[in-house]
Design a protein around this ligand. Sequence first.
Ligand code: ASP
Ligand code: MG
Length: 410
Amino acid sequence: MPIVVQKYGGTSVADPDRIKAVADRIAAGHAAGNQLVVVVSAMGDTTDELLDLASRVSVSPPQRELDMLLTAGERISMALLAMALSERGVPAVSYTGSQAGILTDSTHGEARITRITGERVRESLEEGKVVIVAGFQGVDPESKEITTLGRGGSDATAVALAAALGADSVEIYTDVEGVFTADPRIVADARKLDEVPYDEMLELSAGGAGVLMTRSVEFGRRFDVPINVRSSFSEDVGTWVREASMEQAIVSGIAHDRSEAKVTVNRVPDRPGVAAALFGPLARAGVNVDMIVQNVSHAGTTDISFTVPRANVDDAERIAKQVSDGIGAGSVDVDPDIAKVSVVGAGMKSQPGVAARMFETLAEAGINIEMISTSAIRISCVVRADQIEEAVRVLHDAFDPPVITEEPAP
Ligand code: ASP
Ligand code: MG
Protein backbone atom coordinates (compact mmCIF):
# COMPACT_ATOMS: atom_id res chain seq x y z
CA MET A 1 0.00 0.00 0.00
CA PRO A 2 1.37 3.41 -0.90
CA ILE A 3 2.33 5.68 2.02
CA VAL A 4 0.97 9.19 1.61
CA VAL A 5 2.26 12.02 3.81
CA GLN A 6 0.06 15.10 4.09
CA LYS A 7 0.58 18.32 6.01
CA TYR A 8 -2.18 20.71 7.02
CA GLY A 9 -1.21 24.28 7.93
CA GLY A 10 -2.68 26.47 10.67
CA THR A 11 -5.54 27.96 8.63
CA SER A 12 -6.61 24.49 7.47
CA VAL A 13 -7.15 23.42 11.09
CA ALA A 14 -8.09 26.85 12.49
CA ASP A 15 -11.45 25.83 14.04
CA PRO A 16 -13.58 22.74 14.72
CA ASP A 17 -15.40 22.95 11.38
CA ARG A 18 -12.16 23.12 9.44
CA ILE A 19 -10.73 20.21 11.44
CA LYS A 20 -13.85 18.23 10.52
CA ALA A 21 -13.39 19.13 6.86
CA VAL A 22 -9.78 17.94 7.02
CA ALA A 23 -10.97 14.73 8.70
CA ASP A 24 -13.40 14.17 5.80
CA ARG A 25 -10.58 14.54 3.28
CA ILE A 26 -8.38 12.15 5.25
CA ALA A 27 -11.22 9.64 5.67
CA ALA A 28 -11.63 9.58 1.87
CA GLY A 29 -7.89 8.98 1.38
CA HIS A 30 -7.97 6.18 3.94
CA ALA A 31 -11.00 4.58 2.29
CA ALA A 32 -9.15 4.71 -1.04
CA GLY A 33 -6.57 2.35 0.47
CA ASN A 34 -3.70 4.68 1.31
CA GLN A 35 -1.51 4.46 4.38
CA LEU A 36 -1.76 8.01 5.65
CA VAL A 37 0.63 10.03 7.79
CA VAL A 38 -0.74 13.48 8.56
CA VAL A 39 1.39 16.32 9.94
CA VAL A 40 -0.46 19.23 11.52
CA SER A 41 0.40 22.82 12.44
CA ALA A 42 -1.06 24.59 15.44
CA MET A 43 -4.62 25.95 15.01
CA GLY A 44 -4.78 29.37 13.32
CA ASP A 45 -2.59 31.95 15.07
CA THR A 46 -1.95 29.77 18.13
CA THR A 47 1.85 29.96 17.86
CA ASP A 48 1.77 33.78 17.75
CA GLU A 49 -0.67 33.85 20.67
CA LEU A 50 1.58 31.58 22.73
CA LEU A 51 4.58 33.79 21.93
CA ASP A 52 2.56 36.79 23.05
CA LEU A 53 1.64 35.04 26.31
CA ALA A 54 5.30 34.30 26.95
CA SER A 55 6.21 37.96 26.40
CA ARG A 56 3.69 38.96 29.07
CA VAL A 57 5.43 37.00 31.78
CA SER A 58 9.04 37.43 30.72
CA VAL A 59 11.15 39.86 28.70
CA SER A 60 13.47 37.08 27.56
CA PRO A 61 11.88 33.69 28.17
CA PRO A 62 14.30 30.76 28.44
CA GLN A 63 14.50 29.01 25.05
CA ARG A 64 13.81 25.62 26.59
CA GLU A 65 10.57 26.80 28.16
CA LEU A 66 9.52 28.57 24.94
CA ASP A 67 9.82 25.24 23.16
CA MET A 68 7.78 23.51 25.87
CA LEU A 69 5.13 26.19 25.40
CA LEU A 70 5.06 26.32 21.59
CA THR A 71 4.94 22.55 21.10
CA ALA A 72 1.64 22.58 22.98
CA GLY A 73 0.03 24.28 19.96
CA GLU A 74 0.57 21.33 17.62
CA ARG A 75 -0.44 18.94 20.39
CA ILE A 76 -3.90 20.47 20.50
CA SER A 77 -4.55 20.19 16.77
CA MET A 78 -3.18 16.63 16.50
CA ALA A 79 -5.44 15.32 19.27
CA LEU A 80 -8.54 17.11 17.92
CA LEU A 81 -7.93 15.75 14.43
CA ALA A 82 -7.51 12.21 15.78
CA MET A 83 -10.81 12.61 17.66
CA ALA A 84 -12.60 13.87 14.55
CA LEU A 85 -11.30 10.84 12.64
CA SER A 86 -12.41 8.32 15.25
CA GLU A 87 -15.82 10.04 15.20
CA ARG A 88 -15.91 9.06 11.51
CA GLY A 89 -14.99 5.46 12.28
CA VAL A 90 -11.46 5.93 10.97
CA PRO A 91 -8.84 4.42 13.29
CA ALA A 92 -6.30 7.14 14.10
CA VAL A 93 -3.59 7.87 16.62
CA SER A 94 -1.68 11.09 17.31
CA TYR A 95 2.00 11.32 18.23
CA THR A 96 4.17 14.19 19.39
CA GLY A 97 7.39 14.74 17.46
CA SER A 98 9.27 12.93 20.18
CA GLN A 99 6.93 9.92 20.11
CA ALA A 100 7.21 9.80 16.32
CA GLY A 101 11.00 9.55 16.67
CA ILE A 102 11.86 12.92 15.15
CA LEU A 103 15.38 13.45 16.46
CA THR A 104 17.03 16.86 16.30
CA ASP A 105 20.13 18.71 17.42
CA SER A 106 19.97 20.76 20.61
CA THR A 107 19.26 24.22 19.17
CA HIS A 108 16.07 25.31 20.90
CA GLY A 109 13.86 27.39 18.62
CA GLU A 110 15.76 26.52 15.46
CA ALA A 111 16.61 22.82 15.75
CA ARG A 112 17.59 20.72 12.76
CA ILE A 113 16.22 17.25 12.19
CA THR A 114 19.13 14.81 12.34
CA ARG A 115 17.29 11.50 12.04
CA ILE A 116 13.80 10.05 12.07
CA THR A 117 13.37 6.63 13.67
CA GLY A 118 9.61 6.49 13.07
CA GLU A 119 9.07 3.07 14.72
CA ARG A 120 5.70 3.86 16.27
CA VAL A 121 4.58 5.56 13.06
CA ARG A 122 5.33 2.41 11.05
CA GLU A 123 3.73 0.11 13.64
CA SER A 124 0.54 2.13 13.69
CA LEU A 125 0.41 2.25 9.89
CA GLU A 126 0.68 -1.53 9.83
CA GLU A 127 -2.24 -1.72 12.25
CA GLY A 128 -4.27 0.18 9.64
CA LYS A 129 -4.35 3.45 11.54
CA VAL A 130 -4.06 6.97 10.23
CA VAL A 131 -1.05 8.47 12.00
CA ILE A 132 -1.21 12.13 13.00
CA VAL A 133 2.14 13.73 13.85
CA ALA A 134 2.62 17.09 15.55
CA GLY A 135 4.60 19.32 13.20
CA PHE A 136 7.44 21.71 14.05
CA GLN A 137 8.90 19.67 16.92
CA GLY A 138 11.32 16.95 17.86
CA VAL A 139 13.58 15.75 20.64
CA ASP A 140 17.31 15.95 21.20
CA PRO A 141 18.25 12.30 21.86
CA GLU A 142 21.25 13.27 24.03
CA SER A 143 19.57 15.66 26.44
CA LYS A 144 16.02 14.29 25.96
CA GLU A 145 14.88 17.91 25.63
CA ILE A 146 11.98 18.91 23.40
CA THR A 147 12.92 21.23 20.52
CA THR A 148 11.14 23.26 17.84
CA LEU A 149 12.27 23.59 14.24
CA GLY A 150 11.75 27.32 13.58
CA ARG A 151 8.70 29.13 12.22
CA GLY A 152 6.93 27.20 9.50
CA GLY A 153 8.71 24.07 10.72
CA SER A 154 5.77 21.73 10.14
CA ASP A 155 6.69 21.78 6.45
CA ALA A 156 10.11 20.39 7.38
CA THR A 157 8.51 17.71 9.57
CA ALA A 158 6.33 16.59 6.68
CA VAL A 159 9.02 16.46 3.99
CA ALA A 160 11.53 14.75 6.31
CA LEU A 161 8.92 12.17 7.35
CA ALA A 162 8.07 11.49 3.71
CA ALA A 163 11.77 10.89 3.01
CA ALA A 164 12.20 8.66 6.07
CA LEU A 165 9.11 6.58 5.29
CA GLY A 166 9.94 6.22 1.60
CA ALA A 167 6.79 8.02 0.44
CA ASP A 168 6.69 8.91 -3.26
CA SER A 169 5.82 12.52 -2.55
CA VAL A 170 4.38 14.82 0.10
CA GLU A 171 1.21 16.92 -0.02
CA ILE A 172 1.34 20.30 1.72
CA TYR A 173 -2.18 21.64 2.27
CA THR A 174 -2.39 25.38 2.82
CA ASP A 175 -4.80 28.31 2.34
CA VAL A 176 -3.60 29.26 -1.17
CA GLU A 177 -3.80 27.28 -4.40
CA GLY A 178 -0.06 26.79 -4.72
CA VAL A 179 3.10 28.74 -5.49
CA PHE A 180 2.43 31.99 -7.34
CA THR A 181 4.56 34.18 -9.62
CA ALA A 182 4.27 36.87 -6.89
CA ASP A 183 2.21 37.41 -3.76
CA PRO A 184 -1.40 37.51 -5.09
CA ARG A 185 -2.33 39.95 -2.32
CA ILE A 186 -0.02 42.47 -3.99
CA VAL A 187 -0.15 41.50 -7.67
CA ALA A 188 -3.73 40.93 -8.79
CA ASP A 189 -2.75 39.00 -11.92
CA ALA A 190 -0.09 36.79 -10.30
CA ARG A 191 -0.35 33.29 -11.76
CA LYS A 192 -0.18 29.96 -10.02
CA LEU A 193 2.82 27.96 -11.20
CA ASP A 194 2.16 24.31 -12.12
CA GLU A 195 5.73 23.32 -11.46
CA VAL A 196 8.77 24.89 -9.75
CA PRO A 197 12.20 23.20 -9.66
CA TYR A 198 13.70 22.68 -6.19
CA ASP A 199 16.48 25.21 -6.81
CA GLU A 200 14.11 28.00 -7.76
CA MET A 201 11.77 27.19 -4.88
CA LEU A 202 14.72 27.39 -2.50
CA GLU A 203 15.50 30.89 -3.76
CA LEU A 204 11.84 31.94 -3.66
CA SER A 205 11.44 30.66 -0.08
CA ALA A 206 14.70 32.23 1.06
CA GLY A 207 13.56 35.43 -0.70
CA GLY A 208 10.47 35.57 1.49
CA ALA A 209 7.79 33.48 -0.27
CA GLY A 210 6.09 32.17 2.88
CA VAL A 211 4.31 29.25 1.25
CA LEU A 212 7.06 26.70 2.07
CA MET A 213 9.73 26.77 4.78
CA THR A 214 13.16 26.96 3.13
CA ARG A 215 14.50 23.95 5.00
CA SER A 216 11.63 21.76 3.83
CA VAL A 217 12.64 22.49 0.24
CA GLU A 218 16.24 21.55 1.09
CA PHE A 219 15.00 18.18 2.39
CA GLY A 220 12.90 17.70 -0.73
CA ARG A 221 15.89 18.34 -2.97
CA ARG A 222 18.35 16.28 -0.92
CA PHE A 223 16.11 13.19 -0.73
CA ASP A 224 14.27 13.84 -3.99
CA VAL A 225 10.81 13.98 -2.48
CA PRO A 226 8.50 15.92 -4.83
CA ILE A 227 6.38 18.44 -2.87
CA ASN A 228 2.80 19.13 -3.91
CA VAL A 229 1.66 22.49 -2.50
CA ARG A 230 -2.11 22.81 -2.69
CA SER A 231 -5.18 24.26 -1.03
CA SER A 232 -7.19 22.36 1.56
CA PHE A 233 -10.21 24.45 0.55
CA SER A 234 -10.39 23.28 -3.07
CA GLU A 235 -9.65 20.36 -5.38
CA ASP A 236 -7.14 22.32 -7.46
CA VAL A 237 -4.01 20.26 -8.26
CA GLY A 238 -1.71 22.94 -6.85
CA THR A 239 2.00 23.34 -7.61
CA TRP A 240 4.62 20.60 -7.89
CA VAL A 241 8.06 21.39 -6.51
CA ARG A 242 10.42 18.84 -8.00
CA GLU A 243 13.45 18.15 -10.19
CA ALA A 244 13.76 20.61 -13.08
CA SER A 245 12.16 19.62 -16.35
CA MET A 246 13.64 20.63 -19.72
CA GLU A 247 12.10 24.06 -19.96
CA GLN A 248 13.61 26.81 -17.85
CA ALA A 249 11.79 30.07 -17.30
CA ILE A 250 14.12 33.07 -17.37
CA VAL A 251 12.12 34.49 -14.50
CA SER A 252 9.63 32.25 -12.73
CA GLY A 253 8.71 34.44 -9.80
CA ILE A 254 9.15 37.58 -7.74
CA ALA A 255 9.60 37.13 -3.98
CA HIS A 256 9.73 39.78 -1.30
CA ASP A 257 10.70 39.90 2.34
CA ARG A 258 9.89 42.53 4.96
CA SER A 259 11.43 40.66 7.86
CA GLU A 260 14.96 42.05 7.76
CA ALA A 261 16.70 45.18 9.00
CA LYS A 262 19.88 46.89 7.83
CA VAL A 263 22.87 47.53 10.06
CA THR A 264 25.67 49.87 8.96
CA VAL A 265 29.07 50.15 10.58
CA ASN A 266 30.62 53.49 9.57
CA ARG A 267 34.28 54.28 8.93
CA VAL A 268 35.62 50.76 9.22
CA PRO A 269 39.43 50.73 8.81
CA ASP A 270 40.23 49.18 5.41
CA ARG A 271 42.75 46.49 6.27
CA PRO A 272 42.86 42.67 6.18
CA GLY A 273 40.83 40.95 8.88
CA VAL A 274 38.18 43.56 9.68
CA ALA A 275 35.34 41.74 7.90
CA ALA A 276 36.26 38.57 9.78
CA ALA A 277 36.39 40.55 13.03
CA LEU A 278 32.82 41.72 12.43
CA PHE A 279 31.10 38.70 10.92
CA GLY A 280 32.83 36.07 13.06
CA PRO A 281 31.22 37.19 16.33
CA LEU A 282 27.85 37.66 14.58
CA ALA A 283 27.95 34.08 13.29
CA ARG A 284 28.96 32.73 16.68
CA ALA A 285 25.99 34.54 18.24
CA GLY A 286 23.69 32.76 15.78
CA VAL A 287 22.84 35.93 13.84
CA ASN A 288 22.01 34.98 10.28
CA VAL A 289 23.51 37.67 8.03
CA ASP A 290 21.89 37.85 4.61
CA MET A 291 23.21 40.62 2.32
CA ILE A 292 26.52 42.41 2.80
CA VAL A 293 27.75 45.54 1.04
CA GLN A 294 31.13 47.14 1.54
CA ASN A 295 31.72 50.52 -0.07
CA VAL A 296 34.89 51.73 -1.77
CA SER A 297 37.26 53.10 0.78
CA HIS A 298 38.11 56.78 1.15
CA ALA A 299 41.12 57.83 3.19
CA GLY A 300 41.59 54.33 4.55
CA THR A 301 38.09 53.73 5.87
CA THR A 302 34.91 52.28 4.40
CA ASP A 303 31.29 51.65 5.44
CA ILE A 304 29.97 48.09 5.74
CA SER A 305 26.21 47.46 5.64
CA PHE A 306 24.49 44.13 6.15
CA THR A 307 20.99 42.80 6.68
CA VAL A 308 19.79 40.50 9.46
CA PRO A 309 16.39 39.16 10.54
CA ARG A 310 14.62 41.90 12.49
CA ALA A 311 14.26 39.46 15.37
CA ASN A 312 18.07 39.45 15.75
CA VAL A 313 18.70 43.14 15.19
CA ASP A 314 19.32 43.98 18.86
CA ASP A 315 21.98 41.27 19.12
CA ALA A 316 23.49 42.40 15.82
CA GLU A 317 23.64 46.04 16.92
CA ARG A 318 25.23 45.20 20.28
CA ILE A 319 27.87 42.97 18.66
CA ALA A 320 28.57 45.47 15.87
CA LYS A 321 29.12 48.23 18.47
CA GLN A 322 31.53 46.08 20.47
CA VAL A 323 33.47 45.15 17.35
CA SER A 324 33.45 48.73 16.11
CA ASP A 325 34.99 49.94 19.39
CA GLY A 326 37.56 47.14 19.22
CA ILE A 327 38.76 47.88 15.69
CA GLY A 328 38.49 51.65 15.87
CA ALA A 329 35.54 52.05 13.50
CA GLY A 330 32.81 54.70 13.76
CA SER A 331 29.14 54.68 14.73
CA VAL A 332 26.65 51.87 14.10
CA ASP A 333 23.29 52.69 12.46
CA VAL A 334 20.25 50.44 12.43
CA ASP A 335 17.55 50.88 9.78
CA PRO A 336 14.44 48.73 10.17
CA ASP A 337 12.53 50.34 7.29
CA ILE A 338 13.89 48.22 4.47
CA ALA A 339 12.56 45.33 2.42
CA LYS A 340 14.04 42.98 -0.15
CA VAL A 341 12.67 42.08 -3.56
CA SER A 342 14.06 39.12 -5.52
CA VAL A 343 13.70 38.03 -9.12
CA VAL A 344 14.18 34.25 -9.44
CA GLY A 345 14.58 32.03 -12.47
CA ALA A 346 16.95 29.26 -13.57
CA GLY A 347 16.86 30.45 -17.19
CA MET A 348 18.71 33.66 -16.25
CA LYS A 349 21.92 31.59 -16.10
CA SER A 350 21.98 31.54 -19.89
CA GLN A 351 20.32 34.88 -20.47
CA PRO A 352 22.20 38.16 -20.07
CA GLY A 353 20.37 41.35 -19.23
CA VAL A 354 18.02 40.25 -16.47
CA ALA A 355 19.79 42.33 -13.82
CA ALA A 356 19.85 45.39 -16.11
CA ARG A 357 16.14 45.00 -16.80
CA MET A 358 15.42 44.72 -13.08
CA PHE A 359 17.39 47.87 -12.25
CA GLU A 360 15.83 49.85 -15.13
CA THR A 361 12.35 48.80 -14.06
CA LEU A 362 12.93 49.93 -10.49
CA ALA A 363 14.52 53.18 -11.68
CA GLU A 364 11.56 54.00 -13.93
CA ALA A 365 9.28 53.57 -10.92
CA GLY A 366 11.46 55.96 -8.91
CA ILE A 367 12.55 53.23 -6.52
CA ASN A 368 16.06 53.59 -5.15
CA ILE A 369 18.19 50.44 -4.79
CA GLU A 370 20.20 50.38 -1.56
CA MET A 371 21.84 46.97 -1.75
CA ILE A 372 22.17 44.26 -4.40
CA SER A 373 23.06 40.61 -4.14
CA THR A 374 22.93 37.83 -6.70
CA SER A 375 23.17 34.06 -7.07
CA ALA A 376 23.27 32.18 -10.36
CA ILE A 377 19.48 32.13 -10.50
CA ARG A 378 18.43 35.13 -8.36
CA ILE A 379 18.89 38.90 -8.19
CA SER A 380 17.84 40.66 -4.98
CA CYS A 381 17.60 44.37 -4.20
CA VAL A 382 17.02 46.11 -0.89
CA VAL A 383 14.65 49.08 -1.18
CA ARG A 384 12.69 51.32 1.21
CA ALA A 385 10.02 49.25 3.01
CA ASP A 386 7.20 51.58 1.91
CA GLN A 387 8.09 51.01 -1.76
CA ILE A 388 8.19 47.22 -1.65
CA GLU A 389 4.68 46.58 -2.97
CA GLU A 390 5.25 48.93 -5.89
CA ALA A 391 8.57 47.20 -6.56
CA VAL A 392 6.92 43.77 -6.67
CA ARG A 393 4.18 45.05 -8.99
CA VAL A 394 6.43 46.76 -11.52
CA LEU A 395 8.84 43.82 -11.61
CA HIS A 396 6.00 41.35 -12.11
CA ASP A 397 4.77 43.50 -14.99
CA ALA A 398 8.23 43.67 -16.51
CA PHE A 399 8.94 39.93 -16.37
CA ASP A 400 5.53 38.39 -16.95
CA PRO A 401 4.45 36.60 -19.11
CA PRO A 402 7.52 34.42 -18.66
CA VAL A 403 10.00 33.86 -21.45
CA ILE A 404 11.09 30.24 -21.70
CA THR A 405 14.54 29.16 -22.81
CA GLU A 406 14.61 25.69 -24.34
CA GLU A 407 18.13 25.02 -23.07
CA PRO A 408 18.23 23.02 -19.87
CA ALA A 409 20.72 24.31 -17.33
CA PRO A 410 24.10 22.56 -17.65
N1 ASP B 1 3.04 26.47 14.28
C1 ASP B 1 4.36 26.79 13.83
C2 ASP B 1 4.38 28.19 13.26
O1 ASP B 1 3.39 28.88 13.28
C3 ASP B 1 4.89 25.81 12.84
C4 ASP B 1 4.12 25.70 11.54
O2 ASP B 1 2.98 26.14 11.46
O3 ASP B 1 4.64 25.15 10.59
O4 ASP B 1 5.41 28.63 12.81
MG1 MG C 1 3.49 27.54 6.76
